[in-house]
Design a protein around this ligand. Structure first.
Ligand code: GAL
Length: 667
């Protein structure tokens, strides 16, 4: 993993000077310096200007942009412009346009309008990447390659014939022979047996439910196909500039599920992420924390970069809300609290024209006499004051299992309930931990779990034997493992594990379910220890476990809803329903207590606490999302980094809506 050659916490955004006359650029860099900007991402959508005709290049504008940035001490994260091929490319290669699931050919006219499997696209993308690499490999402004932009944002799946052929090639590598594929996909069902590789097509729109394993392999293929494009560009860049790290901006945020980032992350020299708030989420600070914890985990615990977020409203939701007073600062520093060593926005200057003219920016339409600009300048000073936090990492003893295969498969059609949403379930378990100030990492199901005391698998519908054994071994050897309903149900091919649910975890959990009783939307049932449950229930029989709470109403009255079981030298829990938030919080609190997990800090409601561990100090981030000042205990005398004040006497005040970062020296 490389480090970024930018001091302290990097600060900046996407800079698209090609949208503006050159006279504006001087003002741009002057204002960047005023705001403390240290790095900007350039060239992301500039392909049409760089290569006006196939094979004809004009780098003069980019030369001037990079020179100007360098003269002003601003580093460049230089993008390959391959997310937006020019119109001439599609006129010459109409076959490179994507086709959707319904067979509808899509047009150019926006961005990412290419088929990921198109040989013409790959060739053109690698050619422009090669030109850039050759020209700028040694440019003093360039500190990082920003490969493409948000792979899969608009074209994660293409159903054209070229994609079909690529899918078949991918399947041949995976299965080697057709008999293995037929067995894995269970193709005796509905007469889907394949006799020839050429019979296999993408899961295009069809009258009834497509084969689940076919769909799952398709999702895996689509993620891998884009990954191979990323790797191809990275190889070109690496060859020309081996010491310049490469990244591509992930989209670890609500509702984006196209890419299996566990497979992607090891291919990035520095992990970076984009995160946008959902206007409809009243507690989006929890989504920021969850996403930050997941990105840090993808980066193997190392610091990462927030490549994009917004200073205010976005333009792509039904209603786009501006941020409330203080929210810009709280949001940005919350990402730092979760391990970000760089904070950047989309984009530097708000666009006057184009599809994103109503998207906020660091320099808004209103200009510098605006709240956003004042906040942007103040944030620059904050990040400067946090320079020493750089490189520090997390301290979690709790891990939540996160798996894209489990996500994809549990949301396939024709499940026992179409209401089960992987991300919502994970968030419902994450939320009480966030409120309690408990630090969390995310792990793959087959991860080394030895650093943790409590491992939670809120939703792990699909799990292979090895990963299931890894999780249960963790409990056997003294850990506490809690598993959510409908987990362990199927193997890696989506085949049901027979003999009762929750298949792979039955023995370790000491339970056996013979039938599922998902609840209807809005339906809830009572629980014997208080509270209610919704979404799901199942007829759990105890096979060694004790019932912690049982149903008091509905079809499963008196049946256990949550169970606990000693397993080896550890403990396992089965949460066979979705308890209401208060009840779930109490359960998680008990699990933490029994497992010896302490919160980072006990805080009043609305005050978020997160800790970054440095070489000889801990950095305690306290973010007050509420409207009342809060007094929080600190573990020793230290310094408040944002104000420079001493912290003495065992507590620190976090004013309403404010952020405090305390350096707590260790030892
Ligand atoms: C991201 C994208 C940016 C910009 C932004 C707007 O998905 O990378 O280019 O479109 O969204 O929120």
């Amino acid at each position: 993993m490389s480090t970024l050659k930018v001091p302290g916490i990097a600060y900046g955004g996407d800079y698209n000077p090609e949208q503006w006359p050159e006279e504006v650029w001087a003002e741009d860099v002057r204002l960047m310096r005023e705001a403390g900007v240290t790095m900007v991402s350039v060239n992301i959508f500039a392909w049409a200007l760089l290569e006006p005709r196939e094979g004809e290049y004009d780098f003069s504008r980019l030369d001037r942009i990079l020179a100007l940035l360098h003269e002003n001490g601003i580093a460049a994260d230089l993008a390959t412009p391959t997310a937006a091929p020019p119109a001439w490319f599609f006129r010459a290669h109409p076959d490179a346009l994507p086709v959707d699931r319904d067979g509808r050919g899509l047009s150019y006219g926006s961005r990412q309008t290419f088929c990921p499997s198109s040989p013409a696209y790959r060739e053109a993308a690698l050619r422009i990447t090669g030109e850039l690499a050759a020209r700028y490999a040694d440019h003093p402004a360039v500190v990082m390659w920003h490969i493409h932009n948000e792979y899969g944002c608009h074209n994660a799946e293409c159903y054209c014939d070229e994609s079909a052929a690529a899918f078949r090639r991918w399947l041949r590598v995976k299965y080697d022979d057709l008999a293995a594929l037929n067995a894995a996909w269970g193709t005796t069902f509905w007469s889907q047996w394949y006799y020839d590789w050429d019979e296999i097509i993408p899961p295009r729109a069809t009258g009834a439910v497509p084969n689940p394993t076919h769909q799952l392999d398709w999702r895996r293929f689509c993620s891998d196909e884009l990954l191979s494009l990323y790797k191809a560009e990275r190889e070109v860049l690496r060859e020309a500039a081996p010491s310049v790290p490469a990244t591509t901006n992930f989209m670890v945020m609500y509702n984006f599920d196209a890419l299996d980032y566990w497979r992607w992350a090891p291919e990035l020299d520095i992990v970076s992420n984009d995160h946008y708030l959902q206007s409809a989420d009243p507690e989006s600070e929890i989504d920021i924390a969850l996403s930050g914890d997941l990105v840090r985990s993808l980066a193997g615990g190392r610091p990462w970069l927030l490549m994009e977020h917004s200073t205010g409203a976005v333009n792509w939701q039904p209603v786009n809300r501006a941020k409330n007073a203080g929210e810009l600062r709280r949001n940005a520093l919350a990402h730092v609290a979760r391990g970000a060593d760089g904070i950047a926005y989309f984009q530097w200057r708000a666009a006057k024209a184009g599809a994103e003219q109503w998207h906020s920016a660091m320099l808004p339409h209103a200009g510098t006499d605006s709240q956003i600009w004042r906040d942007v300048v103040a944030l620059g000073a904050d990040l400067k004051a946090l320079a020493e936090v750089r490189g520090s990492t997390g301290t979690a003893k709790v891990a939540i299992v996160w798996d894209w295969n489990a996500w994809w498969s549990v949301e396939l059609a024709s499940q026992p309930s179409g209401e089960v949403r992987f991300q919502d379930l994970v968030r419902s378990w994450y939320e009480p931990l966030w409120r309690a100030g408990v630090a969390v990492d995310f792990v793959r199901p087959d991860a080394d779990l030895s650093a943790y005391r409590l491992v939670l698998a809120p939703s792990l519908y699909l799990v292979d034997d090895e990963a299931a054994a890894n999780l249960t071994r963790f409990a056997e050897s003294g850990g506490t493992l809690a598993v959510g309903f409908h987990s362990g149900a199927v193997d890696e091919n989506c085949h049901v594990r027979l003999g009762g649910y929750p298949g792979a975890f039955r023995k370790a959990l000491g339970v056996r379910t013979d039938e599922l009783f998902p609840l209807l939307p809005g339906e809830s049932v009572g629980l014997s220890e208080g509270g209610t449950a919704g979404l799901w229930s199942e007829r759990v029989h105890l096979a060694g476990a004790e019932a912690i709470t049982s149903y008091t109403s509905g079809p499963l009255t008196e049946v256990p809803a949550v169970t606990r079981h000693p397993h080896g030298t550890g403990t396992t829990w089965y949460v066979a329903t979705l308890p209401d938030p208060t009840t779930l919080a109490a359960l998680l609190d008990r699990m933490c207590t029994e497992a010896g997990v302490e919160p980072v800090r006990v805080t009043p409601e609305g005050v978020e606490a997160a800790l970054r561990r440095g070489a000889d100090a801990d950095y305690l981030f306290l973010i007050n999302h509420g409207d009342r000042d809060a007094e929080i205990e600190v573990s020793c005398d230290g310094a408040e980094l944002l104000t420079g004040n001493r912290v003495e006497g065992g507590t620190v005040t976090v004013p309403a809506g404010d952020v405090v970062v305390v350096r707590e020296p260790r030892g």
